[in-house]
Design a protein around this ligand. Structure first.
Ligand code: 0X9
Ligand code: CA
Ligand code: ZN
Length: 324
């Protein structure tokens, strides 16, 4: 199986440079902001893409988060693909033009910059997953950010309480520096008590899956997740999967997780929140490190899913024929 070299993927610094370039080239369409710092002090950046980008217009907002897990470098390429595609096609592609005229898109290209740098910096990948925050009373480093979100944290055997584990949930909900930064950013998108972000994809690798809440339980409904909500998650999830050939399922059907971003984003913020597990499929080779020559194919593979999510951002229930 062919695998990648670290230089096949953008570094953290190169990622920020690409964002700055887009911002300079499309000042009316792209605006980036530093939403906080990682544990080691790196900037965590959110990029807004919309017509009249400097104005906070009353438009549905869509969030894409990437790279919670350090070694999932393909997800950062996905962020840069979306940035490039939306900016270069605005004013050319009528669908993208209409969507950027009526939506506000937020991209966080790297939720976990310390982990990304650690995984990529040495000349050979380290297979690192967590952040790089030390743990009190242990020599083991790092929290699994996707077990650290503040909904049913640590409830259900879907995370570990051991700092040495790759799924260590942290010392408490949002104890991870980067979790707290992104959670604060999301909470900050509330205007007059209403969360402006309606839909979200958290990009991971790998497995070629479209996943939706809840992850902490096998039940299809639960607190704050009605049968109508579940029908909408399933309908839109299926429609997204039709565009990229991924397998759609409730996330707990993969395995139970507690403290994942999707459960928090839905239960706490009312955001239709999906996980995409990108290339490769679980049976194929390459794992977290597919060679660089698949990047273009495997990021553009999600073009239609991104556009589809944007198109439903005004009312996700419409995907299930439940428009009120
Ligand atoms: O375990 C995770 O955090 C995600 N998979 S990964 O291989 N990228 O680490 C999956 C999270 C989706 N949620 C659930 N399966 N409940
Ligand atoms: Ca706008
Ligand atoms: Zn992951």
């Amino acid at each position: 199986v062919r695998v990648a070299a670290p230089e096949d993927y953008h570094t953290y610094d190169e990622t920020l440079a690409a964002v700055a370039e887009a911002e300079a080239a499309y000042p009316d369409l792209v605006s980036s902001q530093v939403i906080g710092q990682s544990h080691e002090g790196r900037d965590i950046v959110a990029v807004k893409i919309s017509a009249n980008v400097t104005v906070d217009e009353d438009e549905p907002e869509v969030l894409f988060t990437h790279n919670q897990h350090a070694r999932e470098h393909l997800t950062v390429e996905m962020a840069l693909y979306t940035l490039t595609e939306l900016t270069s096609q605005y004013g050319t592609d009528t669908e993208i033009t209409t969507l950027l005229d009526s939506r506000e898109v937020w991209i966080v290209p790297s939720v976990n910059p310390d982990g990304k740098v650690y995984d990529q910096e040495s000349g050979s990948f380290r297979s690192w997953r967590k952040n790089r925050q030390p743990n009190e009373g242990s020599s083991a480093v790092g929290t699994d950010l996707n077990r650290n979100w503040a909904y049913e944290w640590g409830c259900c055997g879907g995370s570990s309480g051991s700092p040495g584990s790759d799924t260590y949930r942290g010392s408490g909900p949002e104890s991870g520096t980067e979790t707290a930064v992104v959670a604060d950013f999301v909470r900050g998108r509330t205007v007059d008590g209403e969360q402006q972000i309606t839909a979200h994809i958290d990009f991971h690798t790998y497995g070629e899956l479209v996943l939706w809440p809840y992850g902490y339980t096998y039940d299809e409904t639960g607190p704050g997740l009605t049968a109508d909500d579940a029908a909408a998650f399933q309908a839109l999830g299926g429609e997204l999967a039709d565009t990229n050939g991924y397998t759609p399922q409730q996330s707990s059907d993969l395995y139970v997780t507690d403290g994942s971003i999707n459960d928090w984003a839905w239960a706490d913020q009312g955001i239709f929140s999906y996980t995409f597990e990108m290339y490769p499929s679980s049976g194929a080779g390459g794992g977290f490190y597919p060679p660089g020559d698949v990047i273009e194919r495997e990021t553009s593979r999600n073009r239609e899913a991104v556009v589809t999510l944007l198109s439903y951002a005004d009312c996700v229930y419409r995907a299930a024929g439940l428009e009120s």
